[in-house]
Design a protein around this ligand. Structure first.
Ligand SMILES: OC[C@H]1O[C@H](O[C@H]2O[C@H](CO)[C@@H](O)[C@H](O)[C@H]2O)[C@H](O)[C@@H](O)[C@@H]1O
Length: 606
């Protein structure tokens, strides 16, 4: 049975990740990296596209599952008429080679079990050759091999390895699947018990660095672990999500590959990390960025591969039927070549915050910042594809101009702090000019709100971020009116759409179909409600959003309130960063003190 998006839990080793369904099947695994070709791709097709099942013979969904403490070790349990069994799934963040461990423990009785490993290399397409090497099975296709180690006898035919066995109370068994380049055939190196102890220690120590002590410890910690799981430890790159092509509309074509490092998404993640004590991650990302743009800091792209590669050609995988029939399945992402003028401000803002945590500053900081400011100065006045990466016509997006203001503002502050006069006056003038232009052209008196783009009356949730960056105070009546308008006209069942897609032919983003409520934007509305003094409503919305997490605390990109289903890639960094940030904001006093007698919006714009 195909699992739904919210049925999946994540395991990972900070190099790659796997999704494990409620039925105990690993339906998604790319090896050796997040962005490598998948060896299990049932997530985007069916059993023929590769998966690893591990469950009682009777099959079906587990009785319960949870992460072990504050770790990424997943315990899944079945209670059957024969007895009970626990499957512990994890990947080791400290091992030499990426591998998955599945450890079993009999809890009661004698449970007949079945496992089936359908290896399909190259995103579900290639049936690998199977060999027995030193008593272990090795599957090979092109550059990649995976080596299987099992405590029970397995049979192998045509790329499928399976086994039936009985596990008794107190008995422990383990299985490992380890990647290696096919030219380096070695025997499996993993010791499952040692690995489990090391992995548990790793997460315990990592969580020990957390400084959050507010009332939402469980969801905040789970979100932090999820964000950490989306970092690529070898380089410091940060992914937007662990998957490609999970649909934003079931059966639709809004299916994108998120296994890359967007500078914008990473900036949101890093703000959440910096605010909770995780400075090391921010420094590692800054070093990644320095290397990614090396040689030409004035030619920064909006996104890169996790190793800093700049070419991300977008292809479709025609042999995959897609998740719940949603095609095309895409790998790569054309958005890499877009002009998105918010990005320079996003990065300058987060570098500014990172600087505050590092003394002395990194020697490359000044070059990088100068390069970003140059790009900003050259581009900010041009129309662009914006934060939502629209594939329709470029526009003067208000959010892009906001972030241009943020970038210049942070550059001014750095120069002021260093008592440097070089270009300070020009930058101050530019900051003022952008602010005036946004207030003048970005606010629609007819709509009584900041809008999506200059001259438009469409709403866009991204302008909710304005006060968060210091562009306007929360109490500004234009902000209060904008929050009202978005809450009233840009929500579905109380959850926020990033924008109204529009009808075919007039749609704003140039992509067919509809989409769900955008979870990050819904967190931004909670922040905004708190900001303008409506804290009870903010807390209510936050509670609602927490209730949308799946059974193990994960959020995808979007949510369909009419079906109660998760939509889009999962788990999504944007959503989890939003959760952490809102939890932090709600713990602060509301920023607004004049809300009881606010000036009218007309007074403010006159
Ligand atoms: O809406 C069309 C675009 O959708 C994707 O972009 C979204 O994901 C990005 C990664 O999380 C995020 O930075 C952006 O704000 C989102 O709109 C897709 O990646 C694009 O290729 C596509 O044009």
């Amino acid at each position: 049975m195909t699992q739904q998006i919210e049925d999946y839990a994540l395991i990972g080793d900070l190099r790659t990740a796997a999704l494990v369904g409620l039925d105990g099947s690993i339906d998604w695994l790319c090896l050796p990296r997040f962005d490598s070709r998948a060896v299990f791709a049932t997530l985007l097709g069916d059993a023929r596209n590769g998966r690893w099942t591990m469950a009682p013979h009777s099959g079906g969904r587990c009785t319960r599952r949870r992460y072990r403490g504050d770790s990424l070790i997943l315990d899944t349990e079945w209670i059957t008429s024969d007895g009970a069994v626990r499957v512990t799934d994890f990947m080791s963040p400290t091992s030499a080679r990426p591998h998955v461990v599945r450890s079993l423990e009999g809890l009661a009785g004698e449970v007949p079990m079945h496992t089936c490993i359908d290896l399909r290399m190259d995103y579900g397409k290639i049936v690998p050759s199977l060999d027995s090497v030193g008593g272990h099975l090795v599957a090979t296709a092109g550059p990649d091999s995976v080596r299987l180690r099992s405590d029970v006898a397995l049979t192998a035919t045509q790329g499928t390895v399976s086994g039936d066995f009985v596990i008794s109370a107190g008995q422990r068994l383990s299985f490992t699947l380890e990647h290696s380049p096919s030219s380096e055939l070695e025997l499996p190196t993993v010791d499952a018990a040692d690995d489990l102890a090391t992995t548990e220690r790793y997460w315990l120590e990592w969580m020990g660095r957390c400084t959050y002590s507010g009332p939402w410890a469980d969801p905040v910690k789970r979100s932090l672990i999820t964000l950490k799981a989306l970092t690529f430890a070898p380089t410091g790159g940060i992914l937007a999500a662990a998957t490609t092509s999970l649909p934003e509309q079931i059966g639709g074509s809004r299916n994108w590959d998120y296994r890359f490092c967007w500078l914008r998404d990473a900036a949101f993640t890093l703000r959440a990390f910096l605010a909770t004590g995780y400075v090391e991650e921010a420094l590692a990302w800054r070093d990644w960025l320095v290397r990614a743009v090396a040689g030409d800091p004035t030619g920064t792209q909006i996104m890169y591969a996790i190793d800093g590669t700049c070419h991300l050609p977008e292809l479709t995988l025609d042999w995959l039927p897609g998740h719940a029939g949603s095609t095309p399945v895409r790998i790569g992402n054309e958005a890499a070549t877009q002009r998105q003028n918010d990005v320079w401000g996003e990065v300058l803002d987060v570098l500014h915050a990172t600087r505050a945590a590092e003394d002395p500053p990194h020697p490359h900081d000044a070059d990088l910042e100068r390069g970003l400011v140059t790009q900003l100065e050259q581009n900010w006045a041009e129309p662009d594809n914006g934060i939502w990466e629209v594939r329709g016509p470029q526009r003067h997006f208000v959010h892009s101009k906001l972030m241009a203001w943020v970038g210049v503002d942070r550059a001014v502050r750095v120069l002021e702090n260093h008592h440097t006069r070089e270009s300070l006056d020009e930058l101050r003038d530019l900051r003022e000019a952008i602010h005036t232009e946004v207030c003048h052209r970005g606010f629609s008196q007819a709509r009584r709100a900041f809008t999506q783009s200059y001259g438009s009356v469409r709403l866009d949730a991204s302008v909710l971020l304005m006060p968060r960056y210091g562009f306007l105070p929360w109490a500004d009546p234009r902000m209060v009116a904008t929050v009202d308008a978005i809450q009233k006209d840009l929500t579905r069942d109380g959850l926020v759409l990033r924008y109204a897609v529009g009808t075919e032919g007039t749609n704003v983003d140039g992509v067919h179909g509809e989409e769900g409520a955008f979870l990050a934007c819904s967190f931004w509305l909670a922040d905004a409600l708190h900001g303008i003094g409506r804290t009870d409503e903010a807390a209510e919305l936050f509670d609602r959003l927490l209730s949308l997490r799946n059974d193990v605390g994960l959020l995808s990109e979007e949510y369909d309130p009419s079906t109660g289903r998760h939509l889009g890639n999962t788990p999504q960094a944007f959503s989890h960063a939003g959760l952490i940030t809102t939890a932090l904001h709600l713990a602060e006093p509301t920023a607004t003190t004049v809300q009881h007698h606010p000036p009218t919006w007309q007074e403010a714009v006159s």
